[in-house]
Design a protein around this ligand. Structure first.
Ligand code: ZN
Length: 237
């Protein structure tokens, strides 16, 4: 291989490296992982909120039950006095009956409230169970995606490291000034910088090359550049 042919091959390896590096950065499975993690964190937040709400509801329910017990105790004690014959004053009896009515109404309201709280707690418990099972399922799915990602990364990284070795071996065979030119051109422009001559046309800018340039380039022995675009020309048989 002449230096120019080596340079042409080097460019192929550089482009393969670039493609693999881009593939590593833009793995489709990584996007799925990101989405799955986002969904999981949303589910965990919802689970946390539901658990907190359930704690609150249960506390409220406990308080309601205590209140019902207090009211019931008071009702019992008033009833005992009222029907036990202790009280004889009609005015007092009327007052006590009125209190019993009021307490009974309060007790009913408290009981209704406790029932509502129990229903809310039941609904929250089933939501928590549903979220728990969805989270478990999503976690397993995420673990699978991460395994898939890791093996893709390992496979691409393996190929990349092989190509980089080939590239270093090739670079070691190319004279320093030629490499310098090539590296400089790579920095200055995107896309290929060593281009084949097709017919008499520059493979980079597609301008027709003067015969003198084609003749110079044809043996691939010297570094000839297109006068129009500055790319290094490579003659391919
Ligand atoms: Zn050109």
């Amino acid at each position: 291989m002449t230096d120019i042919e080596s340079l042409f091959r080097l460019q192929e390896l550089d482009m393969e490296c670039l493609a693999l590096e881009t593939a590593l950065k833009e793995l489709p499975v990584q996007k799925e992982i990101d989405e799955s993690m986002e969904r999981l964190s949303m589910l965990r937040e919802r689970l946390n909120n539901a658990n907190q709400e359930l704690d609150g509801v249960r506390k409220e329910q406990k308080q309601g039950e205590w209140q019902i017990k207090d009211v019931t105790d008071t009702l019992t004690s008033i009833s005992r006095k009222l029907y036990g014959g202790e009280v004889t004053n009609p005015r007092e009896i009327e007052n006590m009956r009125y209190r019993l009515d009021t307490l009974e109404t309060a007790k009913n309201r408290l009981e209704e409230n406790v029932i509502e709280l129990m229903e809310r707690a039941e609904a929250l418990e089933s939501e928590i169970a549903r979220l728990d099972s969805e989270i478990t399922q999503k976690e397993a799915q995420l673990a699978g995606l991460e395994d898939e990602r890791d093996s893709e990364v390992a496979s691409i990284s393996g190929k990349l490291s092989d190509i980089k070795q080939d590239r270093e071996r090739l670079r070691a065979q190319i004279p320093e000034p030629v490499l310098k030119r090539y590296d400089q051109l790579l920095r200055d422009r995107s896309g290929p910088v060593v281009v084949p001559i097709r017919g008499r046309i520059c493979g980079g800018c597609h301008v027709e090359l003067p015969s003198s340039i084609v003749i110079l380039a044809k043996p691939n022995n010297s570094l000839v550049r297109c006068e129009n675009c500055g790319r290094i020309l490579c003659w391919l048989e």
